[in-house]
Design a protein around this ligand. Sequence first.
Ligand SMILES: C[S@@+](CC[C@H](N)C(=O)[O-])C[C@H]1O[C@@H](n2cnc3c(N)ncnc32)[C@H](O)[C@@H]1O
Length: 271
Amino acid sequence: MADFLTDEEFRTFSDLIYKESGITFSESNRSILESRLKDKLRMMKLEKISDYYNIVIKDSEEKKNLLDSITTNLTRFFRNMPHFEALENFVIPELVKLKKANGQKKIKIWSAGCSTGEEPYTIAMMMKKCLPSDFSFEVIASDLSLKCLLVARTGFYQDPKITSVPDDYLKLYFDKVNKGYQVKSEIMNLVTFDYHNLQNESKHSDFDIVFCRNVIIYFDEVAQKGVIDRFWRAMTPKSFLFIGHSESLFGMDTKFEFIKTNWACFYKKDI
Ligand SMILES: C[S@@+](CC[C@H](N)C(=O)[O-])C[C@H]1O[C@@H](n2cnc3c(N)ncnc32)[C@H](O)[C@@H]1O
């Protein structure tokens, strides 16, 4: 079957998307981009792909919509449990010790590329359960998908989405409602959702923990390094970075230190 885009059109769109988001399209995932653009033309009743391109480059809202449509948003509660075991058994105790030594009692966390909210709510539930009661924390959760952020902000999840939540967490932090579960307000109030493109510098800083899992896998090496350097600048000394279990900083020119624990591997800004 003939490609929907000419090679030049494919390059024009993939270059634009890369420049705007770091997300990389090549021959191996070309069909995803073509299918999203086909849908766009149909929905907007446009004949030619060049008509759509002319709209996208002039209209920043449509540019956001395009980026939203090409993201992969797969996520779930307690995804990759060893990371959360490491959070509970290693990272929280280390940070509590450090903060006490510095006379501080607040921990700041960033869930970068939070999709529909399952990751930041998991982090908030875990922090609430495990952190000493005289400590406080906040979770900033960001994504460039406005559709995902809308879902995340409701804190409502249909029954099938809840299957990975351990029973004790379900009882403590969710209310059963019609056809699903609602995250309790005591957890929702600890999470702030924000539109943020990881291609840009963070407007927040002083993070003690950053989760950016299953996001940089869609970027090429240059875009990955840019994001990791921006995390470095947004994090405090002795802070921790979790990336996805199929992602790695191996071979990257970065000062993050690789940490291997009994539970999982992650990175530390050890200065
Ligand atoms: C596969 S989901 C991962 C969700 C969650 N971190 C997890 O591991 O379950 C990847 C998310 O990264 C977001 N994303 C991709 N590129 C981004 C960028 N440049 N800036 C911000 N978010 C981005 C996507 O919109 C998507 O919601």
